[in-house]
Design a protein around this ligand. Sequence first.
Ligand code: ZN
Length: 72
Amino acid sequence: MAKAGQKGTPGKYVCIDCGYEFELSAVEKDLKKCPMCACEEYNCFPSTAIRPDIKTPEDVRNPPKKRDYIKK
Ligand SMILES: [Zn+2]
């Protein structure tokens, strides 16, 4: 789940309210409110290609838990 006003990670975002989809390609961009319904929350589908923990086809089929690579 991602919220408007936060920094977005590259990937696909889907509005939880109306289903509006958009792609975010730059890390430094802030998420905007949904242009369709002004909802501020999105389901986030990070693009797996940029995940540092996915290196093999096996990782793609069975991705490591997200928190494992977010944790510092
Ligand atoms: Zn929306």
